[in-house]
Design a protein around this ligand. Structure first.
Ligand SMILES: [Fe+2]
Ligand SMILES: [Fe+2]
Length: 174
């Protein structure tokens, strides 16, 4: 069953709230839970921004399928490769093998270390300030190393002003 939240007419939150985990990364107590934030843009092209922790993978896949409503997934932007943001990526790739993956060089290095299988011809490597046209939206990428891993970046949709902020304003609470 899908659980999604419309942000604008073309942007939908498809993440999940985790109230079952007691310790985040087995260290931090999270009595109020934690949210995994994943969004999908359904403009002329479809773009997924980040995924969710493995715990919530199935929920996110159901949400994604519901929002895509039969469309294919064109792009996946990975701002941060920590598992609470990226662990479900491989399942998304398996389900939507045509999607191109947008990330930076350090991010793809981490992806390899984590064991993600991403075809070279599906990778789009971005540098700070690059602008990519995804149909009727323009995306730009701003690096923020060590917020909170070295590869971290944020994505700004220059068309609607949405900022996909990774951990920049991160906190625990569902
Ligand atoms: Fe993080
Ligand atoms: Fe995070």
């Amino acid at each position: 069953m899908h659980v999604v939240r419309e942000v604008t007419d073309q942007l939908t939150w498809i993440g999940a709230n985790d109230h079952r985990l007691t310790l985040f990364e087995n260290i931090h107590p999270i009595p109020e839970g934690v949210s995994y934030n994943s969004y999908v843009l359904t403009g002329e092209k479809t773009v997924l921004f980040d995924t969710v922790d493995w715990d919530a993978c199935r929920q996110m896949l159901e949400n994604l399928e519901y929002v895509l409503n039969g469309r294919d997934l064109d792009y996946i932007v990975v701002n941060h490769w920590e598992p609470d943001h990226a662990a479900s990526l491989q399942e998304v790739i398996t389900k939507y093998p045509n999607a191109q993956i947008i990330g930076n060089t350090k991010g793809f290095q981490l992806a390899e270390q984590f064991g993600f299988q991403i075809d070279e011809d599906k990778k789009i490597v971005v540098n700070e300030g690059d602008v990519i046209d995804v149909g009727d939206h323009k995306l730009t990428f701003l690096f923020m190393p060590m917020v909170h891993w070295p590869e971290a970046m944020v994505t700004l949709d220059l068309t609607n002003g949405a900022l996909f902020s990774a951990d920049a304003f991160g906190s625990f609470k569902a």
